[in-house]
Design a protein around this ligand. Structure first.
Ligand code: FAD
Length: 306
């Protein structure tokens, strides 16, 4: 066990976790952030939709600035992976993969999600994302592929919705099946036809990167696109909330009230791990709400007056 009991331990140091840490530290609370270091934001080559940065900002730069801001006000930032969590009375105890124990009165889960990837070598995947040939967020960056040739790797509702979303940016959209054949209903096919979206069978495999294109192997042979959007769903990092018995959606998102409280007292969640827009602005907004709720709930439990 540990003698120190933090007011809050934030699990995850992406935009949600770091925003919460900045707020909590500025509320004069003892806050520690434990972060595995795999923020989705760290993979953003240049975010152009994040308000306040008209020329864009890279995800790494933004995270670096947020870490400095959190530390400036006294938040403790620690690299590590939380592997287990339990609650005894009003105190949460956590253990990291390195065997470190941390205790806190409240916990904010800000652990994000993992985007399922298309078939391709890992090194090629990282390079393709860094060069914006492979993109995971049409809300964020479809503007940049306006009037260019793009593909969505996906099928079913997810694939169809993403392909249709992209049609307001370009008329040249192809939906490629991740497996050999698509799983499309007659309604799906009618909708794709209505929008002039090409339907191609897979199995889709990204096989080559060029200066301004990415090649995908399909049942129609190799096709080149200015960008490919995988629409293969995400794995939600909500296992720790589940260990505490917190309610989750069928997909695994932590269910919270309008103040970001989870169904377990003292537990809060913010960012992509909660159902939402999967955007930094939304993650940060939820984190601001969560931090203020934590502050107010703690104040109710034991006066924090100076
Ligand atoms: C390629 C790409 C481009 C994008 N572009 C934009 C954009 O331009 N604009 C925009 O608004 N959004 C963009 N997004 C989305 C944005 O990155 C996410 O919405 C945002 O990062 C969510 O923040 P978060 O803090 O909830 O999760 P994350 O940023 O994913 O951070 C979660 C953190 O929790 C850590 N973690 C998980 N489990 C544990 C554990 N057990 N113990 C310790 N730590 C743990 C992870 O390692 C990670 O560091 C983009 C995403 C991608 C993939």
């Amino acid at each position: 066990m540990t003698d120190v009991i933090y007011d809050c331990v934030v699990i995850g140091g992406g935009p949600a976790g770091l925003t919460a840490a900045i707020y909590l530290a500025r509320y004069h609370l003892d806050v520690i952030v434990i972060d595995k270091g795999e923020s989705r934001a760290a993979t953003i080559p240049l975010s152009r939709n994040h308000a306040g940065f008209p020329d864009g900002i890279s995800g790494l730069d933004l995270l670096c600035r947020m870490r400095a801001q959190a530390e400036k006000y006294g938040a403790t930032l620690r690299q590590g992976s939380v592997v287990t969590i339990a609650k005894d009375g009003n105190v949460f105890s956590l253990r990291t993969a390195a065997g470190e124990n941390v205790a806190a009165r409240t916990v904010l889960i800000a652990t994000g999600v993992f985007n399922r990837r298309p078939a391709m070598p890992e090194a090629m995947h990282h390079e393709a994302v860094a060069r914006s040939l492979l993109r995971y967020c049409p809300i964020c960056d479809a503007y940049e592929i306006t009037d260019q040739r793009v593909a969505v790797i996906g099928t079913g509702n997810g694939g169809v919705n993403e392909a249709v979303f992209l049609r307001s940016f370009t008329e040249d959209v192809t939906l490629i099946s991740p497996a050999l054949e698509h799983e499309l209903t007659a309604k799906h096919i009618a909708r794709l036809k209505k929008y002039g979206i090409a339907i191609v069978n897979g199995p889709a495999e990204c096989i080559d990167l060029h200066e301004k294109a990415i090649s995908v192997r399909t049942s129609n042979g190799t096709m080149a696109f200015a960008a490919v959007y995988p629409a293969l769903g995400s794995d939600i990092h909500s296992e720790l909330a589940a260990l505490l018995g917190a309610k989750r959606t069928d997909e695994g998102c932590v269910i919270v009230d309008c103040h970001q409280r989870a169904s377990v007292k003292g537990l809060y969640a913010a960012g992509d791990v909660v159902l939402g827009l999967d955007q930094m602005s939304h993650a940060m907004g939820q984190a601001g709400v969560a931090a203020t709720t934590i502050r107010n709930d703690l104040c109710d439990q034991a006066a924090l007056l100076r």
